[in-house]
Ligand binder design. Structure first.
Ligand SMILES: [Fe+2]
Length: 338
């Protein structure tokens, strides 16, 4: 080898060592840090790619991305609900990722048709009720909660909640706008108290006898069933799950997911991270720790979720929830759903 070639080889080796060392990916995450950090650490160990994690409130992170624009250090946005992922896309904050790995692992209904966001974990929005005061035969569908027989018996969180907005969007998609407006008015007329609190608070209100029935995401109930605080476990033990719309389209489901930002500087690393998150190992851990259903087929669900039973999921492509979000928000406002 000539000395020139030795020098060139040495330079190339040094360069690749430097770039390997500096390989990193910056993540803005709306998930609780404890729910995602160990998984990101595993990714770093396996790939040598350092993950810089910024945790925050979902909507605040989206506002931050907007404010930072092309200067944003973020490469990946992780956030909950297809409605919110769609908002990030509509605001031009994400970029398309053409990944056969992601497309193979995630059913088409659970990712953006334009490949800008990908569902990573799945949750259902179920009816919870007080078995002491409600007969299962009284329950059937989301639509049924507008029936006058529920007058004064329903608790709901506010219409600010993306979860209720996305459910309303699904109802618009299936039943049409006029019927969904009637439904929302009916639910409002049945409320036991003005909308307030989060999903856990609806479970606590049923446990306290303030109302008989509500809607919650499965992981909140599962989380309370496994909580360290006895009060949380006791409240959870006083409610039962009913899977709505099993005789027709199936229960409303949604995802937590992620996309690569439009401003990303570390696109290859970001893509590797998303692909890692749909690996069998990550899907199992992520779903189990978060008490969510894996998006990927063939991965075991947590023992707690198993106790809730099998269910039929609504096949509506979740991108529709984003497209109908603004319409849903206006409709809930018109119905007087605070
Ligand atoms: Fe949540």
């Amino acid at each position: 080898m000539t000395s020139k070639r030795v020098l060139a080889t040495l330079c190339a080796t040094l360069l690749s060592a430097v770039s390997a060392q500096s390989a990193e990916v910056n993540v803005y995450s709306g998930r609780g840090e404890a729910l995602i950090k160990p998984l990101l650490d595993t990714f770093s160990k396996e790939t040598g790619i350092k993950v810089n994690l910024v945790s925050g409130k979902d909507d605040a992170l989206i506002e931050r991305l907007k404010a930072e624009g092309a200067q944003s250090p973020a490469d990946v946005l992780m956030t909950a609900d297809a409605g919110r992922l769609h908002r990030a896309k509509a605001a031009g904050l994400l970029q398309a990722v053409d990944s056969p790995t992601l497309n193979a692992a995630i059913p088409a209904a659970y990712r953006d048709p334009g490949n800008q966001w990908f569902g990573l974990t799945l949750r259902a929005r179920v009816i919870v009720y007080a078995p002491e005061r409600v007969k299962r035969e009284e329950l059937s569908t989301y639509e049924g909660l507008a029936d006058p027989s529920w007058k004064g018996r329903v608790c709901m969180r506010s219409s600010d909640s993306i979860y209720n907005q996305s459910l309303t969007a699904a109802l618009i998609a299936h039943d049409g706008e006029a019927a969904t407006l009637d439904w929302a008015k009916g639910v409002v007329a049945n409320l036991a108290r003005p909308p307030k609190g989060g999903d856990r608070d609806q479970i606590k209100a049923i446990a306290a006898g303030e109302c008989d029935v509500s809607l919650v995401n499965t992981y909140y109930l599962a989380g309370m069933q496994n909580a360290e605080e006895p009060a949380e476990r006791e409240a959870a033990a006083k409610v039962a799950v009913f899977w709505p719309n099993q005789k027709d389209r199936g229960a409303h489901v949604n995802v937590s997911g992620a996309g690569i930002t439009a401003a990303a500087k570390n696109v290859a690393e970001a893509r590797k991270l998303l692909e890692f998150l749909v690996s069998d190992e990550a899907q199992r851990w992520y779903a189990e720790v978060n008490q969510e259903y894996p998006v990927k087929a063939g991965i075991a669900i947590s023992p707690t979720l198993r106790t809730m039973g099998a269910f039929k999921a609504d096949a509506l492509p979740l991108a529709r929830l984003g497209e109908l979000n603004a319409q849903a928000v206006r409709l809930l406002d018109r119905a007087g759903w605070r």
